[in-house]
Structure formats: structure tokens, C-alpha cells
Write a protein that binds this ligand. Structure first.
Ligand code: SF4
Length: 474
């Protein structure tokens, strides 16, 4: 399945051009991102020491990343002590096999899923389907995406690009629901009726994890709908797939994240549902618990002194909702399960800067810095974007643009070259100037004038005028 996972199927500029042509998608996205953005600002403003909590969150994450192996081994021991089993997956293929084998061992062909971006990252649903196992998404937005055979466009709100009328049509066709309105409560009720039967009859559930506490072996999921809670408590077997960077040393360390995550993601003071489970409890909840620790490129990111900051991410999606590029280009343009600013730095790094399409993502930014301001764990996204550009550029095959930029750099480097170039441009621009402006440049330069006019090159440069005024030069 090329739809999910990390590998974009085309470079960002091509994909963005396609998405820009979808006016409905852009309208939906602008409305949704704008609404969440405003709410988040209000929720954050309520907390007087927000900056201190951000610093604390960043510092805890850095401590964990500085000693990740030790924390993971402690987590493994704690989970086992509580009756759970721990599995290590080097890459997506290993994780897929582990989950599919565990499900097959139960002799079932159906599982229910809690919304989880790490299982999207490893394209788990497609891998299970190939083994004859159908996975039903239970998060409303993930269910919408699954029924539409679409791709998520947002970390937190995967169906952010769809409006209510589209969802009503989808439910009518796929669920056979007789829906007279597209009222959100009516749509939610249709999904509830469909999912209730799944919750009560499915033996195996699969989840991700927001955090895992090393010293107690406790895994945590925060969510808004309660569907996750149903998956985490009703089935007999629970399989959780967790990126290795999600570990925290102890209970005390989770406190700042319980404030940072809800306010940054859904602009709520606290999540409606916060579930913690430690191994198994006889007679209560799932009686078999498997925790799969997923690397899939993360240790390579960890090894990079600048890039490792990316692993602080708690997937709140605040950076997406403030990003002017994401809002216009849409989530699908990023071609990866991680869209927006975090996707632009995480995806190419997880792929070890070896995927040409993913390597175009660090340029999907105006470097305005809004993502850095919004990030609850202070990831300096603009700095990492520039760093990654520096890593990728030397390996790029020279093209017309890079040659033009090198030439421009050579010209701008010497004042006399620059003056000569301006004079040359003034002499040669004649046929291009119409009604006092250059309206269309030829060839590759046409991009400059495709949406705006260029003022004509002046007869005299500022330097010439300055010399004339100050040095008496004629
Ligand atoms: S990079 Fe920061 S703002 Fe973006 S999703 Fe991760 S934690 Fe949230």
C-alpha cells in the first residue's frame, strides 16, 4: 500500500500543486485548522506558567533520549513483571509480522483498532489484510478515512479534509445508514451503532501508545471519544505498538505532558479519556498484553546530534495547525503519515535521508517559525529544516535551478558584478516591460511572475546614485 507509511509517492512540490487544485479540500482545511488554532491560543493563555511547563517537557524528553536504551530495558522488565510480554521490532516489516502472528495465534480474522499513527506508519492494516485479517478503525475520523479508502491528512484529525456533507454520503453508502441530516450528533450515532457490535464481538484489539512509564511498566493512551477505552478494556487480547521514543522514566514525569498535550492538540484542559494499564489484571480487562517496541529508523535519528530533538515530539499537531504551508497544501501533499512541519523533519530522517521524495519535504516551509512557537516541547523545527536542507543539498543532482542559484550567488558576491548584471538586465528588459511592469518572465524565471508583476530594473542603481550624491561623481 503506497497510500500510508512513510514513503511519499512524489516530491512535495508536485503533490502540493495537485492538492492546491482541490478547492473543497482547502476550504475544509482552512476552516478546521483556523478553528483549532484559535481555541488552542485561548487554552494555552489560561496557564500562567505555560513556558515553564514547556521547558520542563522538553527537558524530560531530552533526559530520556540521552539514556534511551536503559529506560527501554527498564520498561521491558516492568511490563514482564506485570504479566505482559514485550517484543522488539527493528523495522516496519518486523512489527507487521509480530502483530499478524500474534493475531493469527488467536485464530481470529478480525481485530479492532485504537487510533494510532505508529500502526499507520508501519502500514499495519494492509499487512493484516494480506494475512486475511480485517482491522476495523474505531476512532470516528480514522473510520471515515478507512471507509472512504482515503488517506489521513492530519495527525490528530485524520479526516480534517472532509466536511459533514461528504461524511453523510459516505455513511449512507458504506454503513447503509438512513441519514436525513448531516448533524454531527446524527453522524456520530450512526458510527456508534456500527462500532458497538464490533466492540462486543471482537477478541483482539490493537493500539498505539502516547506514553509508557519505565519504572512501573504502565502504558498510557489519551483520547477524546472513549472508543479507545472500549478497545483497551473489552477484548481478551491487547497488542500495543509503540515508538521507542515514547518512554518516560517515572510517574512524576508524565504530569507536564498531561497539561501540554491536551491544550496543544484539541485545546482541551484535559483529555476526556485517559487510560493507563500495567500488564494484566486477572479477571479485569485484557488477559493477554503484548507491547511491541518499534524502532523503524528512530535510533538513526537519535544518533544525529541536531536531528534527535525531533524525537521529543508528542504528536500533538499544534505545528500543523499554525503552518501556512500545511494549511494551503493540505495533509496529503506530504505523502507520509506525518504531515506538516513535524512530517517535514521526521519523515526524511526516519528514512535516513535516502528517499528522494521525502527529501523534498524540508523545503515545504516558509521558515516563519510559527511551528517552533507552538510546539509544546520546544522542538526548533526551523533550525532542523535548515540543517536537513544542508545535509541533502550536496547530494542532489545539479539542475537548472541549482545552477541558476550558484550563478546568482557568484554575481551577488561582488558589488561590481552585481552592478554590471543590473545594467545588463536594464538594457535587455525592453520587450518584457508592459505598462511600467514586467508581467511575464521567460522559462524557469516565469515562476516569479506567475502570480505577481516585477518592477522594471532601474536605469541607475542605488550605489550609482549614492556615489553621485556623496562623491561628486558625474
Ligand atoms: S513537533 Fe511539536 S507541535 Fe508538532 S506535533 Fe510534535 S510536539 Fe506537537
Amino acid at each position: 500500500m503506497s497510500a500510508g507509511g512513510l514513503h511519499p509517492s512524489q516530491p512535495f512540490p508536485d503533490a502540493a500543486r495537485e492538492t492546491l487544485a482541490d478547492a473543497q479540500m482547502r476550504r475544509n482545511l482552512r476552516h478546521a485548522a483556523g478553528t483549532i488554532r484559535e481555541k488552542r491560543l485561548r487554552a494555552v493563555a489560561e496557564v500562567a506558567n505555560w513556558e515553564d511547563i514547556r521547558t520542563q517537557g522538553a527537558s524530560i524528553k531530552d533526559t530520556v533520549l540521552g539514556n534511551l536504551a536503559e529506560h527501554l530495558l527498564e520498561l521491558e522488565a516492568s511490563v514482564k513483571r506485570r504479566g505482559g510480554q514485550v517484543h522488539w521490532a527493528r523495522d516496519a516489516g518486523e512489527a507487521q509480522r509480530l502483530v499478524a502472528d500474534l493475531v493469527a495465534a488467536q485464530g481470529v480474522s478480525e481485530v479492532i483498532k485504537v487510533k494510532s499513527i505508529s500502526t499507520d506508519e508501519i502500514e499495519l492494516n494492509a499487512a493484516l489484510e494480506a494475512r486475511g485479517i480485517h482491522a476495523t478503525e474505531t476512532d470516528l475520523a480514522e473510520l471515515i478515512v478507512q471507509l472512504a479508502e482515503d488517506r489521513p491528512s492530519h495527525i490528530l484529525v485524520p479526516a480534517i479534509h472532509k466536511n459533514r456533507a461528504e461524511i453523510r454520503e459516505l455513511f449512507r453508502h458504506k454503513l447503509g445508514a438512513d441519514l436525513l441530516t448531516d448533524d454531527p450528533a446524527v453522524l456520530a450515532e450512526a458510527a456508534r451503532v456500527y462500532l458497538r457490535e464490533k466492540f462486543l464481538t471482537t477478541k483482539v484489539a490493537i493500539s498505539g501508545a502516547n506514553f509508557a512509564i519505565a519504572d512501573t511498566g504502565t502504558v498510557c493512551i489519551v483520547e477524546s471519544e472513549g472508543n479507545g477505552r472500549m478497545c483497551l478494556t473489552l477484548p481478551d487480547v491487547l497488542i500495543s505498538v509503540m515508538g521507542i521514543e515514547k518512554v518516560l522514566p517515572s510517574w512524576a514525569d508524565i504530569a507536564p505532558f498531561m497539561q501540554l498535550l491536551p491544550r496543544s492538540s484539541t485545546a482541551e484542559r484535559m483529555n476526556p479519556y485517559t487510560s493507563f494499564w500495567s500488564g494484566i489484571t486477572p479477571g479485569d480487562g485484557p488477559q493477554h498484553f503484548h507491547l511491541i517496541l518499534l524502532d523503524n529508523g528512530r535510533t538513526d535519528v537519535l544518533a544525529d546530534k541536531v536531528g534527535r530533538e525531533t524525537l521529543r515530539c508528542i504528536r500533538c499537531s499544534a505545528c500543523l495547525n499554525v503552518c501556512p504551508v500545511y494549511e494551503r497544501a493540505g495533509g496529503h501533499a506530504y505523502g507520509s503519515v506525518y504531515p506538516g512541519p513535524i512530517g517535514a523533519i521526521l519523515t526524511p530522517q526516519l528514512l535516513q535521508l535516502e528517499d528522494e521524495n521525502a527529501n523534498s519535504l524540508p523545503w515545504a516551509s516558509s521558515l516563519c517559525g510559527a511551528c517552533y512557537d507552538a510546539c509544546p516541547v520546544k522542538i526548533n523545527i526551523p533550525e532542523i529544516l535548515i540543517y536537513l536542507r544542508g545535509q541533502i543539498t550536496p547530494h542532489k543532482t545539479p539542475n537548472a535551478e541549482s545552477i541558476a542559484m550558484k550563478t546568482a550567488a557568484w554575481i551577488f558576491n561582488e558589488p561590481h558584478r552585481f552592478e554590471g548584471a543590473i545594467k545588463l538586465a536594464h538594457t535587455g528588459q525592453g520587450p518584457l516591460v508592459q505598462h511600467g511592469a514586467i508581467r511575464a518572465l521567460p522559462g524557469m524565471l516565469g515562476g516569479w511572475t506567475s502570480s505577481r508583476n516585477l518592477p522594471p530594473f532601474p536605469k541607475q542603481s542605488f550605489r550609482e546614485l549614492w556615489r553621485r550624491e556623496n562623491e561628486g561623481e558625474q
